[in-house]
Design a protein around this ligand. Structure first.
Ligand code: CAA
Length: 257
């Protein structure tokens, strides 16, 4: 594993997976996501593990999918790469996933946190779906899960403007389970996981499944729809311009083509 570390017993029956690509603010490239999928699948199959915490570092949980890796791709490249298959596998994890978020949770980083079952945020956490600023849209569930979590009026604003929200606002809006001081974030997430790990694993599994079922069928359709629109944007000049502008550290000039 190059971009993540795994501790299968950070606490009794609680595993900890840390994203570890700090120079790039844990940008989620294809290799990191494959490693994460492999780790989650292995922990899901490990009978010693009953709950899993995913974390980043103090500066970033994750600043999104890797823009540099996507910048030159076209729609067909995106379709064939099928990068969201790894996300689907993580979503299928039967054990509870808890995100411990400090710093940036943006784009795919916010989507990864929302794919988890609970989010413990530190006071420094910032959430957002800034894809619009680089000429695309969320592709890993942001339009669906954010809207479900905080409602249309707020989600629409965040998805259309790319504004970041603080941990306090995320708490007010119901996006996160709780907010704690940064130095307590990981220990709080591990304690929450340990509490869940004391329960019957079978009841926990079926409870998670039942809560998710409240919108599972609708979510499947929504994810599919979002993904097609995300891929379609890779046929646009604005996607090329938006991502190039990010890499070149300048303001993009969007033309609507
Ligand atoms: N992809 C690739 N590299 C990234 C990245 C990303 N998502 N986010 C940050 N980086 C890189 C930067 O390019 C920079 O690298 P260099 O040192 O080589 O220039 C390094 O990480 C540090 O970043 P900054 O210098 O930009 O740090 P900052 O503190 O000034 O700004 C930030 C932090 C506001 C998070 C800014 O980095 C940023 O806006 N990042 C991009 C956020 C974003 O747009 N995310 C959505 C990605 S698309 C997506 O996720 C699609 C999807 O739905 C799956």
């Amino acid at each position: 594993m190059e971009f993540i570390t795994v501790n299968p017993q950070a606490k009794p029956a609680v595993a900890l997976v840390s994203l570890n690509r700090p120079k790039e603010l844990n940008a989620l490239n294809l290799q990191l996501m494959s490693e994460l999928r492999d780790a989650i699948q292995a922990l899901d199959a490990n009978p010693e593990v009953r709950a899993i915490v995913i974390t980043g570092n103090e500066k970033a949980f994750a600043a999104g999918a890797d823009i540099k890796q996507m910048a030159g791709k076209n729609t067909i490249d995106m379709l064939l790469a099928d990068q969201f298959a790894t996300w689907e596998a993580i979503r299928r994890c039967k054990k509870p996933l808890i995100a411990a978020v400090s710093g940036f949770a943006l784009g795919g980083g916010c989507e990864l946190a929302m794919t988890c079952d609970m989010i413990v945020a530190s006071e420094t956490a910032q959430f957002g779906q800034p894809e619009i600023k680089i000429g695309v849209i969320p592709g890993a569930g942001g339009t669906q899960r954010l809207t479900r979590a905080i409602g249309k009026a707020k989600a629409m604003e965040l998805v259309l403007t790319g504004r970041f929200i603080s941990a306090a606002e995320a708490d007010r809006l119901g996006l996160v389970t709780r907010v704690v001081p940064v130095e307590l974030c990981l220990s709080e997430a591990l304690s929450l996981a340990a509490k869940v790990a004391e329960m019957s694993p079978l009841a926990v599994r079926l409870a998670k499944e039942a809560v998710n079922q409240t919108y599972e069928n609708h979510l499947n359709d929504g994810l599919h729809f979002e993904r097609k629109n995300f891929y379609m944007l890779f046929a646009s000049d604005d996607q090329k311009e938006g991502m190039a502008a990010f890499i070149e550290k300048r303001k993009p000039q969007f033309t609507g083509r």
